[in-house]
Structure formats: C-alpha cells, structure tokens
Design a protein around this ligand. Structure first.
Ligand SMILES: *Cc1c(COP(=O)(O)O)cnc(C)c1O
Length: 421
C-alpha cells in the first residue's frame, strides 16, 4: 500500500460481518479460558491483551497503523508527546548515563532533558545541530547512550540533518531518536535516513483537530542492542522471571521492552476512546498535510515581501539556509508552521498578534485552524536568554501555524493586522 492508502486502511482489517469502522474497545480487562493462559501472558510467552495500562485492541490498531506509516516494526502510544520523549529515553538510559541532543528542539523537551532527567541522574549535552561532525564527536563520552533531534524544529523551523547524525550516532554504537512531530510520516520518514527510534506528539498534525493530547514511539527494528552499552536488552530482566528482550522479541526488542517494562510501571497509556479519535485524524493526514504545506508556502512568500517583517523562517523560501536539506528530507513540503520576526520590539509582535481576527491565539500548533503564538512569553518562557538563542528564538519571534482556511482569508487577516502596528 502507498502511504495515503495506509492512512485509511492499516491497523484494522474487519472480517466478514464485522464493523467497518475501528471499534472502541472500552474495556480495562480481557477474559481468558484458563489461568494457564493468563500465566503465559505474564511470562510474555503468549500473545494477547492483559490489561489496558499495557495494551488495548483499539490503541493497538492505531499503533500498527503508525508503525506502518513510519516504516517501523512496532509502535507504542502514550498519553502525551512528553511521555513519548521520556519513555524513549528511559528505555535506553539510566542514572549515570549521558546523551546528546540538538539544541533546536521543543521547549518542553528542553526542560525535560535539562532539568527533570538531570534529577533522575541522566545528563544531556545540547549541541548546535549545524556544527561539524568533528565538533559533535567531541561531545561523546564513555557513558553516552543516545542522540536526539527534531526533524523540523519547533519553533526555529530549522531542519535536522538526520543522515549526518545517524552516521555519528552509529559510529559511536548508539541509537538516533528523532522527534518527527511537525513533519509527520507524510512529509518525512526518518527511518529511511537512518533514525532508529521515531517519536511524535500526536497532539499536533496527527490528531490535527486540537482534540486531544497524545504521543507515540516507533521502533525501526534496525538498531543492534547486542553491544555492551545496552545490557538491559541482553541480560535477564528480573521483573519478568529473567526475560531477555533481544532473545524473546528479536527486532522488536526496544518497543516490547518499552511496553511491558516501562509502560507497565509508569502507566502513561491512552484510552481506547483517545485512540479512536487519533485514528480519525490519521485517516485524513495525507490530505491535510498537502494543504498545510501549500498554504504555508504562500504565507511565507507574502510575509517575506512585507516591510514590517525582519525575517521569515520557512525552509522553501529562496535563500533560506535549509533549502538543500529541505529538498532532501522534505520534498513534499515543510509543514504549515512558519516563524517570523516583526521589526522593532517585542510590543510590535504582541500588537500584531492581538489584532489578528481569524487566526486564534492559542498554546497550540499544527491545527486545522490557523493559530499564532509568541514563544518567548509562552512555550519557551522558562528558558534562559542563552537557551532561547540556542533554540533559534528571538524576543519578537512569532510562530504561525497555517491552517486549512482559504488562503485569501488567511492573507487578508495578516495584512490587516500588519497595518495596525
Ligand atoms: C508539542 C510537542 C511536544 C510535546 O508533546 P505534548 O503532546 O504536548 O506532550 C514534543 N515535541 C514537539 C516537536 C512538539 O511540538
């Protein structure tokens, strides 16, 4: 199946007389004929659902669809993008370990990595993603266990060179984790460029309708965990009578471990109802992404010609430093998200925002409706000035998430707000 067809059909295959639409299996529990079978479930030697903190048939269908869209061997849905980032890291690292992350990532992820994971004893070094391979290599230590980056950075709208980082990560025998939230598998499939693990905040384009917060982790199945850095994968897990993940689950060792060990213990699994709604979003993802990209390109071109604008970040704009890399990783378009800075001070940016009529001022992005945000006073408020600059954010920066309205209406709204500064 091509990716558009997968959006509609993967994950749920109704048999004769069964409901055409993915049912909501609203049940916490599953019934079995024998205690022996249940025992096998707990030993991980039989297939089947045990309890809806670990798996559920509705969520499972959506996981199968997303794994297929990204080209992975398995996926695990989570209650938020933050939970997906956290579990993707905790599945590999423990107290005393270190990892490397691009500095141009989502503000919430920066807090998680720099503050909360540090309290867990896990250390993160942030690097400039555009630094040379030699400079990035210098940040690797004996205890470095992973590398992390964002395909299209929120809100800097810089593009991460996935292949460059996968080469560096693999040379050091560690996996590359990619947050592919803004690109979605419609625009970019990081596994094709060497990523080992992909995560998403499904809250954004995948859901697309601003209905609910969610996340997902996808396992490429390509990373070889059988090296002495990852003993949790190759040595018996006492919490499952000594199961060895690489032996029991082969290529799907990472995602199986994340589910049966971390999801069991941390409990951040979405409900069947949540997965049902996410699936509705996924069914039209390919159509929506096309229009988001087309509309955003028009808005970026327009803003680029306006006197009141200091600069516009959108990778396909002529002269943008990511032109070539965008063509390589995002040939179908670069999503609906643009960032730009209004000339003058922070107040001008705020005046522009407050005069918009169609675009909603919300702490959200990647919605079907056009929306705007001032990162320095909201999502990235907790960052220091240095962290702001490293994340590609200036005080006057505005993040505009271009929706699916008629392009003339979107442009008209922007024009009238610019006129009022
Ligand atoms: C929003 C976002 C997150 C966090 O996801 P939540 O679903 O809000 O927890 C992570 N990464 C990126 C790129 C995001 O835009």
């Amino acid at each position: 199946m091509n990716i558009e067809t997968k959006c509609l059909h993967e994950g749920y295959y109704p048999k004769n007389g069964e409901p055409r639409v993915l049912p909501i299996y609203q049940s916490t529990t599953y019934t079995y004929d024998s205690t022996e079978h249940i025992g096998k479930l707990f030993d991980l030697t039989a297939d089947g659902h045990m309890y809806s903190r670990i798996s559920n048939p509705t969520v499972g269908a959506v996981e199968e669809k997303i794994a297929s869209l990204e080209g992975g061997v398995g996926a695990l849905c989570t209650t938020s993008g933050q939970a997906a980032s956290l579990i993707s890291i905790l599945n590999i690292l423990k107290s005393g370990d270190h990892f490397i992350s691009a500095s141009t990532i989502y503000g919430g992820t920066i807090n998680l990595f720099a503050v909360t994971l540090k309290r867990f004893g896990i250390e993160c070094t942030f690097v400039d993603p555009d630094a040379s391979e030699e400079d990035i290599q210098k940040e690797f230590k004996e205890n470095t266990k992973a590398v992390f980056g964002e395909t299209i950075a929120n809100p800097a709208i810089s593009i991460f060179d996935i292949e460059k980082f996968s080469k560096i990560a693999h040379k050091n025998n560690v996996p590359l984790i990619i947050d592919n939230t803004f690109a979605t598998p419609i625009l970019c499939r990081p596994i094709e460029f060497g990523a080992d693990i992909v995560i998403h905040s499904t809250t954004k384009y995948m859901d697309g309708h601003a209905l609910q917060v969610g996340g997902v982790i996808i396992d490429s199945g390509n990373f070889d965990w059988k090296n002495d850095k990852f003993l949790e994968f190759t040595e018996p897990d006492d919490s499952y009578h000594g199961v060895i993940y690489t032996k029991q689950f082969g290529k799907a060792a990472y995602i199986a471990k994340a589910r049966v060990q971390l999801m069991r213990d941390l409990g951040a699994y979405p409900s069947a109802n949540s997965a049902f709604l996410l699936n509705l979003g996924l069914e039209t993802l390919h159509i929506r992404m096309e229009t988001h990209c087309r509309n955003a390109e028009s808005v970026a071109e327009f803003l680029n010609k306006c006197d009141q604008i200091e600069f516009v970040n959108y990778p396909t704009l002529k002269g943008n430093k990511y032109n070539d890399i965008a063509r390589k990783y995002l040939p179908k378009g670069c999503s609906g998200v643009i960032s730009f800075s209004i000339k003058g001070n922070r107040e001008n940016a705020i005046r522009f925002m407050d005069n918009l009529k169609l675009a909603s001022k919300v702490v959200h992005v990647a919605d079907i409706r056009t929306c705007v945000l001032h990162p320095a006073s909201s999502t990235h408020r907790q960052l220091t000035d240095d962290q702001l600059i490293a994340a590609g954010i200036t005080p006057g920066l505005i993040r505009l998430s271009v929706g699916l309205e008629n392009i003339d209406d979107i442009l008209e709204d922007i024009k009238q707000a610019l006129d009022k500064i």
